[in-house]
Design a protein around this ligand. Structure first.
Ligand code: FES
Ligand code: FE
Length: 403
């Protein structure tokens, strides 16, 4: 893949998707900030004095230096540029700089805002130059799944980062299928029902209809049980022409398993609306690179970020109830074990996949019935890119016509 293609990828993706960047508990008080990098852009996410969360492009309005080191975090009263000391408050307003001409307009030189939305404690940004995609449409069908878990009343207990030497789309493809699970993931397959993995291994829409039917009876039975407890169930799967390629579902883990721990026993205190365990797991994908997997007692936040053509960052955060106490209510090793092991394995197989497809002998193979979501993703990607580039081309034509 060329770097020109990579630039097209990140431009389209950053402008059309709401990127899940972190959980609000990472910046709990005024002045707390972190940066997030996507493509050529670095964004500062900062909490202001009123407790609201702002996002600004990490670019000084004087001569363009970055203000905060990339990939860093901290606490501050002002965002100050180290180059010539221009300084901005937590709402991006410029304080009077030294030695500027009399007619200098301080108000016109605040930091450039980045589109931001916060929902249920999750922080999303979007890099569109004009209007961002409709956030209400993104969240609409996903609301009942998210609201069950009340992630706004939660905190990050632990985060882990993987740098994977493979293109971001290859990472996404691996995440969208569980055909590889039996061969690659002994720990994960021991924790999940085998028939469930065939049908819903990588969540809603990951297998074709014929395979999904084999789990239908058990799924219906479990849904009736959990609905009787007043707990919501459902499935959402976006198609190849959708804006966001979302998916959501509530699916049982395995008979006798309350949570996604190695032995199925609870990993923390109940979260959200749960008053008892229902043995279900909620998966919510906001797009191909941002997913929440929520058990009754703890949740995981997955964030894939393209770094360059052959490098991808994955950050996973484990989230527990805000009042849960480490060592008493939860144990990091216990809640993180299944996925920490699984994602180490995924790193190896994805890197091996990347090496193989760079061979001159590589030709795309035939997908199994458990890789339906990959076929859908590749088609979605082509459709979305074409749509974005034709819209952008139309905008450019208007600009040229105006001049
Ligand atoms: Fe920031 Fe000059 S570039 S103060
Ligand atoms: Fe995997």
């Amino acid at each position: 893949m060329s770097s020109e293609w990579f630039q097209r990828d990140v431009k389209m993706y950053g402008a059309t998707q709401w990127l899940l960047v972190d959980h609000v508990s990472k910046i709990p008080s005024a002045g707390d900030w972190f940066t997030y990098e996507f493509g050529s852009n670095s964004i500062i996410v900062v909490r202001n004095k009123e407790g609201e969360i702002n996002a600004f492009y990490n670019v000084c309005r004087h001569r363009g230096s970055i203000l905060c080191a990339e990939g860093s975090a901290g606490k501050t009263k002002t965002l100050t540029c180290a180059y010539h000391s221009w300084s901005y408050d937590l709402d991006g307003n410029l304080r009077p700089p030294r030695s500027m001409p009399e007619d200098f307009d301080k108000k016109a030189n605040g930091l450039v805002r980045c589109h931001i939305r916060v929902y249920d404690g999750l922080i999303f940004i979007n890099l569109a130059k004009g209007n961002p995609p409709d956030f209400d449409v993104l969240i609409g069908d996903l609301k009942p799944f998210l609201d069950l878990h009340e992630l706004q009343n939660a905190k990050v207990a632990y985060s882990k980062k993987w740098i994977i030497d493979a293109n971001w789309k290859l990472n996404v493809e691996n995440f969208l299928e569980c055909y590889h699970c039996r061969a690659a993931h002994p720990t994960y397959t021991a924790v999940h029902d085998a028939m469930k993995l065939l049908s819903f291994g990588a969540g809603a829409g990951s297998s074709d209809k014929a395979v999904t039917n084999s789990f239908e009876a058990r799924m219906k039975e479990w849904e009736a049980e959990t609905n009787a407890k007043g707990i919501f169930t459902g499935i959402v799967v976006d198609g190849v022409d959708s804006d966001f390629f979302r998916a959501a579902a509530r699916i049982p883990i395995k008979d006798g398993y309350k949570s996604e721990t190695r032995d199925g026993t609870p990993g923390s205190t109940l979260m959200g609306k749960f008053r008892e365990f229902d043995g279900g797991q909620t998966g919510v994908s906001f797009n191909a690179t941002a997913t929440i997997i929520a058990n009754n007692d703890f949740a995981l936040m997955f964030r894939y970020t393209p770094i360059d053509t052959l490098k991808t960052e994955l950050v996973v955060s484990w989230i527990v109830h805000k009042d849960a106490v480490e060592g008493q209510d939860y144990d990091v090793e216990k809640i993180s074990a299944v996925w920490a092991i699984t994602l180490d394995e995924d790193k190896t197989i994805t890197q091996n996949n990347q090496k193989g497809i760079q061979s001159t002998a590589y030709q795309p193979g035939v997908y199994s019935t458990q890789e339906q979501r990959i076929a859908d993703f590749t088609q979605w990607y082509i459709n979305r890119l074409e749509r974005f580039e034709s819209e952008t081309a139309a905008d450019n034509t208007i600009l040229i016509a105006k001049h």
